[in-house]
Ligand binder design. Structure first.
Ligand SMILES: [Zn+2]
Ligand SMILES: [Zn+2]
Length: 348
């Protein structure tokens, strides 16, 4: 670790230098707050355009889902930057306005003010048992159908694993692995984290999926059972919400969670050793996922080394920064993580 600590410092310096050079070449990027707000407003407008296309101009649901999923991936990046206080730190009203905005259009996610605690903990204890943000999206689980099934859905992920995780969390709480504030936050996440948006929308989605499945089976067998009128009425009433809010976010979350839970290592990571925390995934087959999580697998490792940078500068300087990471020994395209349940070490 001693040599890794030195290397971590050097990687930080080199990436910081890349970012400085970029900003001095393009001075417009000093207007960080305004650019953040600009990306936020533009993404929201594009999402609303998707809404209008579906509701007023008969654009096919499939295209609308892909379109909205893409723009919500920018909102996810903005949320992450906001969690690190990169926009309007000194103007709380605008900061919180953006926090609310990135949540409203990604309503299946946990309250971002609560997520902040989980995420800052993730940076300090990445890959350790108390890194609940990553474990929440199945990191560290054995790969299989169950993991794929619960991957995009935070509520199912919670329901299926609560019995296993709860005693573990209590134990870690007693061992003092969380601060008092973090413990309070964990209870808030459990009780209120998916209100007012997440719980009602998930229930709507489950009822939609179940009723559509049942009526599909019934139709397949020539409508042997009489179908109550209300089911069709209910389904057509909620279809726009499913198409515009639920489906794009499930697609986005599937892509993001698939990538993030496979680029982060878990279980045998040395505390604070950033080299063991993440890898770079820039292989061709990750491209469809990257379309809906804004190239997360390529750039997130850079973020672990150099936290205080906006997502768009990280994207624009990614080629150079990734070259630095590779030079110092960050892994790339390590697909063995699938069979190792995210363990860092290849053997043992
Ligand atoms: Zn972060
Ligand atoms: Zn991370």
């Amino acid at each position: 670790m001693a040599s890794d600590t030195e290397k971590i410092r050097l990687v930080f310096k080199e990436i910081q230098q890349i970012s400085r050079e970029f900003k001095s070449r393009y001075p417009v990027f000093v207007h960080q707050d305004a650019i953040g707000m600009g990306i936020f407003l533009f993404s929201v407008m594009m999402i609303l355009l998707g809404f209008a296309g579906y509701l007023n101009y008969g654009v096919h649901a499939g295209w609308v889902i892909l379109w909205i999923a893409f723009w919500t991936s920018l909102l996810h990046e903005l949320e992450h930057d906001l969690i690190h206080y990169l926009y309007f730190k000194k103007i709380p009203f605008l900061h919180n306005f953006m926090m609310l905005g990135v949540w409203v259009f990604r309503p299946l996610t946990v309250n971002p003010w609560f997520r902040r605690y989980l995420h800052l903990h993730h940076h300090k204890y990445s890959g350790l048992p108390s890194d609940l943000e990553e474990r929440g999206v199945t990191n560290g689980e054995k790969f299989g159908l169950l993991r794929l099934f619960i991957l995009p859905d935070l509520i199912l992920s919670f329901v299926f694993r609560a019995f296993k995780l709860y005693p573990e969390i209590r134990k870690m709480e007693k061992e003092g692995r969380f601060t008092k504030e973090e413990v309070k936050n964990l209870y808030r996440v459990g009780l209120l984290g998916f209100l007012p948006f997440g719980i009602p929308l998930h229930l709507m989605w489950y009822s939609f999926a179940l009723l559509s499945l049942l009526s599909g089976i019934n139709q397949f067998y020539g409508n042997i059972l009489p179908q109550p009128e209300w089911t069709q009425e209910y389904l057509s009433a909620i279809t726009p919400i499913i198409v515009l809010l639920v489906a794009p976010n499930l697609l986005r979350q599937f892509s993001l969670h698939f990538i993030t839970s496979n680029i982060h290592y878990y279980g045998d990571v040395e505390k604070g050793n950033i080299f063991q925390q993440t890898q770079i995934l820039n292989t061709w087959w990750a491209i469809p996922f990257h379309l809906f999580c804004f190239n997360f697998g390529v750039t997130h490792a850079i973020h672990h080394f150099f936290v205080q940078e906006t997502f768009y500068i990280r994207q624009l300087t990614a080629a150079k920064a990734v070259a630095v990471l590779v030079k110092y020994g960050v892994r790339t395209n390590d697909t063995g993580t699938f069979s190792r349940a995210n363990r860092y070490h290849i053997s043992g």
